[in-house]
Design a protein. Sequence first.
Length: 606
Amino acid sequence: MEDVSERYGYKPMLRWNPQVEEYFIKAYGADHFSRISNALTHPSCYSCVRVNTLKSTSDAVIQKLMAIMKETEHDDANENLSKYDANVNADTGLKQKGCLKETNISLNLSDCSKVTNALYENFQNGPISKCQVPGLDYVVFVRGSGPHVIDYGYIHEKPPKEVIVSRKCAEAVLRGAQVYVPGVMACSAHVEKGEKIAVSVAVEQPGPDGGWGLGITRGTVLQGLETDPYYFERNGLYIGQGRAMMSRAGMFRVLEGIAVDMNNRVFKLPSFNDVLEGEIFLQNLPSIVTAHALDPQKGERILDMCAAPGGKTTAIAILMKNEGQVVAVDRSHNKVLDIQKLAAEMGLNCITTYKLDALKAVCQRNDSNSTTDLCCSKEDDGVTSLNSDMLSLHVERESSITTEGMNDKSRKENGSNSTEKANERTYVSKADIRKNMRRIRNGPGRSQSSGGRVQNSKGFYPNSFDRVLLDAPCSALGLRPRLFAGEETIQSLRNHAKYQRRMFDQAVQLARPGGVIVYSTCTINPGENEALVRYALDKYKFLSLAQQHPSIGGPGLVGHCEFPDGYIEEWLKPDEEKLVQRFDPSSPLDTIGFFIAKFVVGSKDC
Ligand SMILES: C[S@@+](CC[C@H](N)C(=O)[O-])C[C@H]1O[C@@H](n2cnc3c(N)ncnc32)[C@H](O)[C@@H]1O
């Protein structure tokens, strides 16, 4: 007989490109890499909330979040007691309820086996508490739990009804999302609205051509038999149970909406996504530390080179008490709008946004005649803040979001995004929702006719910033939870590294002597981390690594790696490793994989 607990469990194995795996094993050692790889398949066991100290305090936020959690628990309890009655045999239903209760009661700290002592102490006084790291008391941790064992109601020869979801959908669900219609790939026959559904994920498998593939026809009928698609591959890839919000036919007919309401998850993480608008921001701990490491001071001029959606930009602005200027650029028009929305929601008017390719972030003085762009047209300081007069006179307008009046959420739900996008967690600001409501009521305003406005920039003058943050686009191999990592090859990893070096070259020109550059990535790839630091220190003798505060990540990697093609990748030299922060997803801090290096810029004349 089938081992039900194995089949209906959650024991994913991350797949890598074989050469990439070999490289990481060389870098970390086989055991350590296996721990990292395993950690990446799970979400962190706590959520991290950054408090907007200009609007609230950690204590006030903790009180409010506690109240929200209480309310939710109360709603959940009622929901659990009433929801399945219609379609489930009464006895089985009662058993399920018992199981749910038991599981809930067992949500204690021991579930989160990887929590450090520091975090453990944080949670001694309840599920929500202030971060104990000196200087980070405006960070609030909210305890989650998992992995939970779920009873899917398997009866011999009568497997539970189920859906298979796409991998991106599953990753979003593990972070707390619901299953949206586009994410559903296959479903059991005769599923009706309200029925209990087991949710598993189909992950890319090696294809005959050496690549990866997912050969599954959307709409496939599942029988719960070995003949089902990915039957064996889905062993141990069950991510929770939910209630069908529509019939099987509906799931493949409609284009939008929640297909399965996930009410019994393998990982339970409170998301607080749409509460306490402007008062809090959900952010990974290493990202918060990055803003801190930059050490922005009131009145300074700071450049955030790859800023969207603005998590670090707003953290920096708050550390500066909204005094000074934070110039936030991104190459994506819509993403610049996201930064604007977030800044508005958080009440931060020291943030100026531009659309700019960070590879062309430096403009020379003589460029200014040929451009209407503000950044290079102002002789005195190289950058100009965005006020309303300037907006009407100088802004280069761009047509905005094509789906005028729709926020990200409605786009997601109406199916105009891809299958994957429908299950990615997208940030929707309350300010955005309110703005759209106003537009619907009043019609488009004068400045709203083409949607949001984004000012193009042609770059900034050299040495025009006190501090520069380069939170570089990267392979993102530290992000979690992740169920597949095979897409990155050695070549693609090297391409990321090249791109980052070119951006760093721009950052070096823009930071003034005596200024600071912070470089960060959310990848575990040393080629994009330590190797970038090596490149920077070897090429720019006036740069030196600086101590970061707080320093809670681990040390960097010292040495080098020799590749089969003869290429040698140089990492850090002894003593440099303590000056960078490497957040290891398998470490007790239980964060995403992340890297931070801080450079001080010396005199550029030498
Ligand atoms: C890691 S994300 C930044 C996250 C952001 N710093 C935050 O904390 O919210 C990288 C960003 O770089 C942007 N990007 C990629 N290539 C770029 C380029 N050449 N110039 C400017 N931005 C770029 C992407 O659009 C993306 O928003």
